[in-house]
Design a protein around this ligand. Sequence first.
Ligand SMILES: *Cc1c(COP(=O)(O)O)cnc(C)c1O
Length: 407
Amino acid sequence: MTLSCEHISYTALAEQFGTPLYVYSQSAIDEAFARYQTAFAALNPLICYAVKANGNLSVLRRFARLGSGFDIVSGGELARVLAAGGDAGKTIFSGVGKTEAEIEYALTAGVKCFNVESLPELERINRVAGRLNRTAPVSLRINPDVDAQTHPYISTGLKANKFGIAVQDAPAAYARAAALPHLRVTGIDCHIGSQLLDSAPLTEAAERLLVLVDNLAAQGIVPEHIDLGGGIGIPYRADETAPDLSAYAADIAKLLAGRPLSLILEPGRSLIGNAGVLLTRVEFVKHNGDKNFVIVDAAMNDLMRPTLYQAYHHIEPAETPSVAPFEADIVGPVCETGDFLAQGRSIAAQAGDLLVVHGAGAYAASMASNYNTRPRAAEVLVSGSEAKLVRARETVAGMLAAEQACL
Ligand SMILES: *Cc1c(COP(=O)(O)O)cnc(C)c1O
């Protein structure tokens, strides 16, 4: 058994580019995007890939080529989109803390819409737009108070979360937006959480937004689009199944029937998560009493999700192992007890073996850090039998370059 990405074995990729290594499959990206287009075809949505899931320039360029728009949460992400050839006119600016400089940059670039999360942000965007003599297109992010039934750290649509404007405060917020001279109300949006394995909460959120749309009509406010955010989950475990996109699309189509509202979606994880893996090599196998540790060269700084969300990533050897499986924690070299990729796993591995950590396309490289002065890993994009280095491995010299020893 030899595992591969498209037509190239992981072993060959690790030999050529070293480890740890993120590997992305272009055809898996294309297929994931096509699944959305097919499922939602009847609604002709603008699909805005959420850049924070994986902002590699080649990944963004691929989505741009496929016709995708983008959902960004910082000025830095807008710079990525533009550098990758993305269309600002298909870009939505989300996030709770947009700075004046970011708003100015986005207005000048001509983003499609600002997803506004608070009254003070409305005032700020109006002020910046006035100064630039422009009109800013705005949507209000509504917090519909539905339980996404996902990990608390990736649940965003509950009253207790920092995100969005509460439903009951929305009519007044819309009235304020409509009254501000340099804003144009174009939409309504929500994003209730991530890694949802059931689309029912997403549909419920859409229903709550539409009740609000009907109430806004009485105020003479008519949004042109409804943006349902992202959040569709992916199977990380063998026993998990992704929500049925076609069924979700059919539910939304039913809700939108007869309404003059265009649809925007902001998927991240479901477009890239299972298009990527993290390759890591076993350094040591260590036995502490009756506990086993497989110590690998990737760590929490390369893949934060297990530490941050108790997330599960399937891990397996890249080649047929020459030892029997045993139970172990798979851990990195970082000096933290929380530094693990997996706990209590059955794994067959010995020093020198290559392991494949699945589901590492989303929220892996984009969340990586230099903790423990570890250079961030290289990223490779595979298409057929071609592998392109799309981010060079960082060097320690590069990491030290911005610092000065001045005392
Ligand atoms: C993170 C995020 C997304 C993407 O979420 P996924 O779960 O990766 O699909 C979409 N919209 C907003 C506002 C986000 O913050």
